[in-house]
Design a protein around this ligand. Structure first.
Ligand code: FAD
Length: 508
């Protein structure tokens, strides 16, 4: 396989003064879980394609390198969050962040993918030229210089949120607080919370992870939530998986466990959607059992929405419930009136003293890593486009994104997307096509939100996210088994993707 080839710089200039631009068949943006998976598939299924991975940060791993807060972990099992091609061998199925980061690093090293990563390349802009059948990608380097590269296909593995800052709602008098305010996205390595009073604002996955982890050494941790989330306990170890791993070759065991977990996940998701009241009662009953009959689970653990209107929060080995039972942590359901010098004043009138306040208030959703898209000289607004198979965008040629499921592990979908992309590239090569563009020609396709979640971070991003259509292939299944059949076996040329040949002599 060749690395990028240098081509004459006719269309673009670079601040670095280089006189040529490197060209690749495929540029992957992002060296997280998805980007490394994408490179594996490209190497295996499209071995003649040249490619590079452009990574804005100085490190591999994306999410699993960025987030460093105490206790950071997955809430999916690693047999489905891990790659299908590289068995997860650690003892815990619900893994801590550093183990996941090691797994991504080891995968990249094992398959030689680490050598393909260009660190410190923050992609700012991609301009498509139909005449050249190529993207010109502009990236800012760590030293502030700009570099240009070209590629026939752009594969965005840039995740779904802004790496620069998390979501931080403003509250009155924040400046008056004499303690420390911390956002989990930028955890200070020097933060010493031993013996301190901590308030964690939030009720999502990050808050429920932080509370038991900090409660181990803090004087007390209060989880302050405006409204509750569904919280479900699950063992961090998978005993069936351990048994299978003991009996079978690693690959076979991994595949079987992966399918077991996919099917169990699908069963519970469908049950929750079909019988929300039964599911809700079941979840509350389990919380009550954990916390004892005197605990007000209706107030603190009963959301106003149905299960899976937002992602459920999983707590491994019931650690959150255990720290509440021990008295080291507590939950307050109330709203913030204002910050004070010594903590928080709540709308109920209660004062919550704190030495440290952690704002586990979520992420800022960002599409395509904040990259600006230009098509044949005109800026493209992807929020007006429809997603095709949850991976491409109407009227945007030769560009795909890796996205995960909202109701199952991210990698299940992002891995299928990588497989499909390889099929698509091989199909185009075999038929002599230079580019492909999903076209929305059927006026009866209605628009729906791309992600049907009531969560704050999705609602806040509704005007930047693209839409999905009312029917496939514009509509997402959110179902791994159905997607697998479609992504692996359905015809590529479905009459919706328009395939185009090179114009004479101009393509790169
Ligand atoms: C704390 C936390 C816990 C999570 N737990 C789970 C879980 O248990 N299960 C689950 O399914 N999902 C979970 N998720 C979602 C998680 O993000 C995905 O599982 C997965 O890690 C996404 O991988 P990715 O490679 O697609 O994106 P990311 O991990 O976000 O990686 C994207 C990479 O692209 C780079 N990048 C972005 N923009 C640019 C640009 N413009 N130029 C160059 N590089 C760029 C970033 O620097 C980063 O390295 C969690 C998310 C968070 C924040």
């Amino acid at each position: 396989m060749s690395d990028g080839v240098a081509i004459a710089d006719s269309a673009t200039s670079s601040n670095t003064g280089a006189s040529h631009i490197e060209h690749f068949d495929v540029l992957i943006v992002g060296a997280g879980l998805s980007g490394i998976g994408a490179a594996y598939h490209l190497q295996k299924k499209c071995p003649t394609k040249s490619f590079a991975i452009l990574e804005g940060r100085a490190a591999i791993g994306g999410t699993w390198d960025l987030f460093r807060y105490p206790g950071v972990r997955s809430d999916s099992d690693m047999f489905t969050l891990g790659y299908p091609f590289r068995p997860w061998s650690d003892a815990k199925a619900i893994a801590d962040g550093p183990s996941i980061l090691n797994y991504i690093r080891d995968t990249a090293r094992e398959y030689g993918i680490d050598r393909k990563i260009r660190y410190g390349h923050k992609v700012q802009r991609a301009s498509w030229s139909s005449a050249q059948a190529a993207w010109t990608v502009e990236a800012t380097l760590a030293d502030g210089n700009t570099v240009h590269l070209t590629a026939n296909f752009l594969f965005m593995c840039s995740g779904y949120y802004d790496y620069v800052e998390g979501y931080m709602p403003g509250w009155p008098n924040m400046d008056s607080f004499r303690g420390r305010i911390v956002h989990p996205q930028h955890w200070p390595a020097d933060l010493d919370y031993a013996g301190k009073r901590v308030v964690v604002i939030g009720s999502g996955a990050t808050a429920v992870t932080l509370v038991p982890a900090m409660a181990e050494t803090a004087a007390h941790v209060t989880m302050l939530q405006r409204s509750p989330s569904y919280i479900v306990a699950r063992p961090s170890k998978d005993f069936i998986a351990d048994w299978l791993r003991g009996k079978l070759p690693a690959r076979l065991a991994h595949t079987l466990i992966r399918w077991k977990n996919v099917l169990i996940g699908m069963y519970f998701y469908n049950l929750a959607r079909r019988k929300p009241d039964v599911t809700k009662k079941g979840i509350l009953r389990l919380a009550q059992k954990q916390l004892g009959p005197g605990y007000d689970v209706t107030k603190h653990f009963s959301p106003s929405y149905n299960p899976w209107d937002q992602r459920l929060c999983l707590v491994p080995d019931a650690d959150l419930f255990a720290s509440i039972r021990s008295g080291k942590a507590s939950v307050v359901t109330d709203q913030i009136e204002s910050f004070t010098e010594t903590g928080l004043r709540l709308k109920s009138g209660e004062d919550l003293p704190a030495d440290i306040i952690v704002t586990a208030t979520g992420l800022k959703v960002q599409l395509l890593g904040g990259m600006q898209v230009v098509i044949d000289g005109a800026p493209a607004n992807l929020s007006r486009s429809l997603t095709y198979k949850g991976m491409m965008y109407s009227d945007v040629p030769n560009l795909a994104s890796a996205f995960g499921y909202t109701n199952a592990s991210w990698t299940l979908k992002s891995d299928l997307t990588c497989e499909y992309l390889c099929r698509l590239l091989n199909h185009m090569d075999a038929a002599g096509y230079a580019y492909c563009t999903p076209r929305r020609r059927d006026p009866s396709i209605a628009e729906e939100p791309a992600i049907n979640f009531s969560s704050g971070y999705i609602q806040r991003a509704s005007d930047v996210l693209p839409k999905q259509g009312s029917r496939k292939p514009w509509k997402l299944h959110q179902n791994y088994a159905l997607d697998m059949l479609e992504f692996r076996f359905a015809g590529i040329d479905d009459g919706i993707v328009e395939f185009s040949r090179r114009k004479n002599g101009t393509a790169v």
